[in-house]
Design a protein around this ligand. Sequence first.
Ligand SMILES: [Ca+2]
Ligand SMILES: [Ca+2]
Ligand SMILES: [Ca+2]
Ligand SMILES: [Ca+2]
Length: 497
Amino acid sequence: MSRGRSAAAWAACAAWALSACAAPDGAEEAIARRAAMDEVITQPIRPDDPVPWLDLGYDGAEPRAWETPGGGFKVWWVEEGRHAARRADADDDGIPDIVEDVGEVADDVLAQLDAEGWRPVVPDTELSALGGGTGGDGRFDIYLVDFGGSADGAMVRNGCQARGTTVVCSAHFLMENDFAGYGYPSIHEAVRVLVSHEYFHAVQSAYNAELPAWFTEGTATWFEEHFNPDQEDFERLANLYFPQSSRSLDSGPRGPVDGFNYAASLFFYYLDLRYGWEVVREALEETRLGDGPLAALERALTAAGVEGGLIEAFGGFAAWNVLTGDRAVEGVGYPQAVGFDEVDTLELEAGVGLNWDVEVDALAAAYARVRLDERMSLEVQALEGWSNTPRVYIVSPEHPDAPILVRPGEVGYLEGDEVYLVVISEESAGDAAGRMAIRRAPQEEPEPEPEPEPEPEPEPGASAAAGGGDDGCAVSPQRSAAPLWVLALVGVLGLRR
Ligand SMILES: [Ca+2]
Ligand SMILES: [Ca+2]
Ligand SMILES: [Ca+2]
Ligand SMILES: [Ca+2]
């Protein structure tokens, strides 16, 4: 989608959104359901319009609508036909329980958003589709339909308009009518997940309707947790990030069943825990300048006082991600750390020294666990042919909450029995590659007076680098060769570009 389309063209755009999963570990299933619905639609768009869209019309059944007590929503349903809502009506007032549940949760979501200062959605009376109607008034419309397992919910844009530097849209959403066979722990939980997620997409559309899916799905999935920490949908989807942490956060999905955009919610969750949820709101606000989410995040983080901005935040995120699953440390990182998967790490033995040549994509990370026999130094060296050199964070199990940053050209120290190395690019765009040159270090403290330092600057750049004579011990440095050496060449050094 590009800016500057006619209102009619914009009106024809729909954005599908996600949600949740069925089976206990049904993340893939949920994503497949979602992806199946990921397309652009044409008019008309509401279930009570005469021509059903994607066969999701009410087929002539008389639609009923309930106006929620909070006044912001109308929940639509039918009593007959395949889209009929669950009939259960505990208080016997003629409004089915599920309709009341959806409406009351919607009121709660809206109340929270208002209290937190998010922008209101664009009313459909202000921007409505050609022939798509408004649902009768400016209230936000939610339609219960039977997706039959193909999706959980879908945010649909009614009409869009260029305003200032961005395009904004009004929206409504469709929601599964009974969740029969979906496997949620309860209908109420399904409703809370769906309504918070889908409505957040409508909120995003009031800021900037042209944001990439990793940002929209990432923040909408984060919002599920922000609204209701008790649900597990966020955890299931965020957990997909760990095995894919070598992918750029903004790389987008690969193939039809790829939850990476939803997994990006883990990053926003980190920002929330680390700097406060307001950073997410401010980042969304900054997207209104129309220069993309990375620039927006950079400004929001800088404004929040995060020295080093996005890269600094991403580095802290990458460092937290090594402390999950069996590596989790009580009180450090995510509260759910023990239940999360683990990132892939290269296993290295420091021995008397080694070179780890590593390539990383932007906003991605490479990990190694290094076992140590003695205290070692680590210098981050540039590699020929690469304009970007990565930075590394040393995460020690002894001081897990205080990763040590070592930037290109700098030297850090590895101590204890083992440490984790977390390598990320110094730039938020473009790959980076560099050499982690690990050498025997003076056994005393790192900051001796000027004189004792034997070889402070080994010899940057040079590929031979290594210890050339470092310490008599075998460190037959030179690049590969060194069969006895753990010389880990990670990533293809073939120049990408
Ligand atoms: Ca009722
Ligand atoms: Ca309306
Ligand atoms: Ca159904
Ligand atoms: Ca949760």
